[in-house]
Design a protein around this ligand. Structure first.
Ligand SMILES: C[S@@+](CC[C@H](N)C(=O)[O-])C[C@H]1O[C@@H](n2cnc3c(N)ncnc32)[C@H](O)[C@@H]1O
Length: 446
């Protein structure tokens, strides 16, 4: 095992501020974090994720503290990161779930943020301003919170349009849905049933005194997250990391050896692999992004699931250029969506999405579904999936499929899976997903 030397806090704060700045300019945090040196990754990720989770609060405080606009985006981002570390004790929902976000003394946070500012000429000359803002926050925090805490956006740390939409869609559960997504998701494994049974893997974890919980058919939730290289038998392909909600896909399909299955939006291949673990099927997996599709191949190889029965194509699921004309027994359409159901694992989504994106993705989803319905055999199964909690991408699309295709028969499936935070279960065991399953009536023509 490699020993990773932790960077100093100021280095981590500086890198986290760069990451926050990039997200505010529209870049995905996952993408930004790939450029962070390995030895800094864990701490930079934990600080930038925390800042993303509580960005609305930090922004509202920054607005109170600055008499005018921040001099530049780097200084603004440093202020947001410094403030988000200072508000940890106020925002802490449950001791165990802060996962890696350490408590620092207030004076340490201020000093290290100022040292971070010194790392770049654009921020070095504004150390005085940062110092004044952070110290004023410490002096006047009760008064400041009294002013900003009236705002729903601050109470929940979401943009107002998002809060309004969740409130309208789920009048009973809206608060629990919003709160759940601000708590980091657990590390969940899917046991590769080709290599070991879930029971045997669980027994192995018990032997190693690794606390865990078995959920669903193949999932194991580890009580404490660890780096993947410390997951027992991960390197040998005995398990993969996959949210328990995502694992439901394979369990809904009537899989058996010899069937022709299409995974239409496959990358990085989590559901492709889960399906291949269950039966010797003839798998066609496509994805529009070449780089992401390459990860499907890597992941299948790692799990020992890659064979000549697997065909991978970089292709657009709204076209049929990739198709050899032979219809599929099963089509799995894990369509592109706003990803509003996986915010706890990707907190930048809250700030990257715009309300207008929902209609755009919903249009693309319908285009993909229209195209894929025609590659399905009569009598075949069609599984529509999104990792969204917005009904426009879930329930409304399922209703569209039922109405638009006269040969579509809707079958039993979970529908909208909501991750809800309750006092008993502050951290839900799955992300937000939508599943609708259809059968194409027999006697229809492709
Ligand atoms: C929700 S992710 C799929 C996750 C994957 N099924 C899994 O379980 O690992 C959606 C995928 O759709 C792909 N995608 C987006 N537009 C597409 C299109 N028009 N045709 C095919 N794939 C598309 C994206 O590149 C992305 O990899």
């Amino acid at each position: 095992m490699n020993t990773v030397v932790s960077p100093t806090l100021s280095v981590a704060i500086f890198a986290a501020a760069q990451a926050v700045k990039s997200v505010l300019a529209g870049q995905s945090l996952t993408e930004v974090l790939t450029t962070v040196p390995k030895e800094q990754k864990a701490v930079v990720q934990s600080i930038s994720f925390y800042s993303m989770r509580h960005l609305m609060s930090a922004q509202a405080l920054a607005q109170q503290l600055l008499s005018k606009k921040a001099p530049n985006t780097l200084v603004h981002a440093l202020l947001l990161v410094g403030l988000s570390l200072l508000i940890v004790p106020r925002k802490r929902i449950h001791e165990d779930f802060t996962q890696g976000i350490p408590f620092y003394q207030d004076f340490t946070i201020v000093d290290e943020t100022l040292k971070a500012a010194q790392r770049h000429k654009k921020s070095a000359s504004f150390k005085g301003l940062l110092n004044a803002c952070l110290r004023r926050y410490l002096r006047e925090q009760d008064k400041l919170w009294e002013i900003i805490d009236q705002q729903e956006t601050v109470q929940f740390d979401y943009p107002q349009w998002w809060i309004d939409l969740i409130k309208k869609s789920y009048p009973q559960e809206w608060k629990a849905i919003l709160r759940a997504a601000n708590i980091p998701g657990p590390l969940t494994l899917r046991v590769n049933r080709r290599k070991i049974t879930r029971e045997a893997y669980s027994a192995e974890l018990n032997r190693l005194a690794i606390a865990h919980q078995c959920v669903g058919e193949d999932a194991i939730i580890l009580e404490k997250a660890v780096p993947v290289d410390q997951i027992p038998f991960f390197q040998q392909g005995y398990c993969a990391v996959q949210d328990a909600g995502a694992q439901i896909a394979a369990s809904l399909l009537p899989l058996r050896d010899g069937l022709r299955v299409l995974d239409a939006c496959a990358a990085p291949g989590g559901k492709t692999a889960a399906v291949l673990e269950r039966a010797n099927i003839d798998m066609t997996a496509i994805d529009i992004e070449e780089k992401r599709l390459a990860r499907v191949a890597e992941n299948l190889k790692h799990l020992g699931l890659y064979s000549d029965k697997v065909s991978l194509y970089t292709a657009d699921a709204t076209t049929q250029s990739w198709w050899n004309g032979e219809p599929f027994d099963i089509v799995m359409a894990d369509v592109p969506c706003t990803a509003s159901g996986i915010v706890r694992r990707h907190p930048d989504i809250k700030w990257l999405r715009k309300e207008s994106d929902i209609a755009k993705t919903a249009r693309l989803q319908r285009e993909i579904v229209r195209n894929l319905w025609s590659v399905l055999k009569p009598g075949g199964y069609f599984l529509y999936i999104t990792c969204s909690v917005f009904p426009q991408e879930g329930q409304e699309q399922a209703t569209f499929i039922e109405k638009h295709f006269s040969d579509a028969i809707r079958l039993e499936a979970p529908g909208q899976l909501l991750p809800l935070a309750t006092d008993q279960q502050p951290r839900p065991w799955h992300d937000g997903f939508f599943y609708a399953l259809f059968r194409k009536a027999e006697g229809t023509h492709v």
